[in-house]
Design a protein around this ligand. Structure first.
Ligand SMILES: NC(=O)C1=CN([C@@H]2O[C@H](COP(=O)(O)OP(=O)(O)OC[C@H]3O[C@@H](n4cnc5c(N)ncnc54)[C@H](O)[C@@H]3O)[C@@H](O)[C@H]2O)C=CC1
Ligand SMILES: O=C(O)[C@@H]1CCC=N1
Length: 267
């Protein structure tokens, strides 16, 4: 049976996007999932009602082919996919660091490719995805890819040279936030709060601060200053963060992620 969308790789990110697409109204029988892991098929079929196969040849006829495998697995996948792609198929890759040029080089000449960097908050329709078009991708196909990602969050279209920075900021970014949350919860426990209470306090603080940033549109410095009373508790905490070089560490962390994204493009 021909489908509009085929997804190859249904791990963390693939499943997240699949859920978003179905919540946004895409029919389950219009999506084909390919995953090589034994057992994954039944699990996804039971959860989402989609057809899951393990042979990539099944993508033949699909209008859009979404690739959600690890960057290291992409070259071999592209080689096995190439003979089965329709001439006018759109290939959308989520792989960190892998350029559209590297993808195009393994596919039939003229294949439309879009590179996307999504993130895991797509699970709750709060995703942030950046898209970059390959050399043969028409505007309408880029718009189609954007529609796909918009089903579970916001999108931005950028020049491809920015995608390593995007990967380091919004792609990996949720992990930095979770890391900070973990540390704050441990601090609360250290100060004697029950773990569940500490977790509730920190999670709502992060959600509230995020909502303030978005809804007020104010600069984070302004919002931080509103919390920081002269000679108060926040000033005491912020001095510790500065003394420990947390700001510089965050900049270095983002730089390291961008450098790793660039390395991955080497295959
Ligand atoms: N996890 C994240 O936060 C984000 C991940 N990404 C990108 O998304 C891609 C997928 O990442 P995850 O979902 O975290 O990985 P994952 O390891 O959870 O899932 C990959 C899936 O692909 C399947 N697979 C691998 N090769 C295959 C093949 N040849 N045919 C069929 N299935 C195959 C595996 O069985 C697995 O289920 C990566 O390229 C990553 O860079 C992008 C943004 C965020
Ligand atoms: O850690 C990674 O390589 C992937 C890409 C961005 C988020 N996760």
């Amino acid at each position: 049976m021909r489908v509009t969308l085929a997804m190859v790789g249904a791990g963390v990110m693939g499943q997240t996007l699949l859920g978003g697409l179905l919540r946004a109204g895409r029919a389950a029988d219009d999506v084909l999932v390919v995953d090589r892991r034994a057992g994954r098929g039944r699990e996804l079929h039971e959860r989402f009602g989609v057809r899951v196969v393990d042979d990539v040849a099944a993508v033949a006829g699909a209008r859009t082919v979404l690739l959600a495998v690890k960057p290291q697995d992409l070259p071999a996948l592209l080689d096995s996919l190439a003979p089965h792609l329709d001439a006018d198929a759109l290939v959308v890759s989520l792989a960190a660091g892998v350029t559209t040029a590297a993808i195009e080089a393994r596919l039939p000449a003229g294949t439309s490719v879009v590179r996307v960097m999504p993130n895991t908050p797509s699970l709750v329709d709060e995703g942030m995805a950046a898209l970059a078009a390959g050399s043969s991708c028409a505007d309408a196909q880029l718009a189609e890819a954007e529609d796909l990602l918009r089903s579970c969050g916001r999108t931005v279209v950028l020049a491809e040279k920015h995608l390593d920075a995007v990967t380091a900021l919004s792609g990996s970014g949720p992990a930095y936030v979770f890391y900070v949350v973990e540390a704050m919860v441990e601090a609360g426990v250290l100060l004697g709060l029950p773990r569940a209470t500490a977790t509730e306090l920190v999670v709502q603080t992060v959600v509230g601060a995020g909502a303030m940033l978005r809804e007020t549109g104010q600069h984070p410095t302004v919002l931080r200053e509103q919390v920081t009373s002269p000679a108060g508790t926040t000033a005491a905490a912020l001095r510790q963060l500065d003394d420990s070089g947390v700001r510089a560490a965050l900049v270095s962390a983002v730089e390291a992620a961008a450098a790793r994204s660039q390395q991955l493009s080497g295959g």
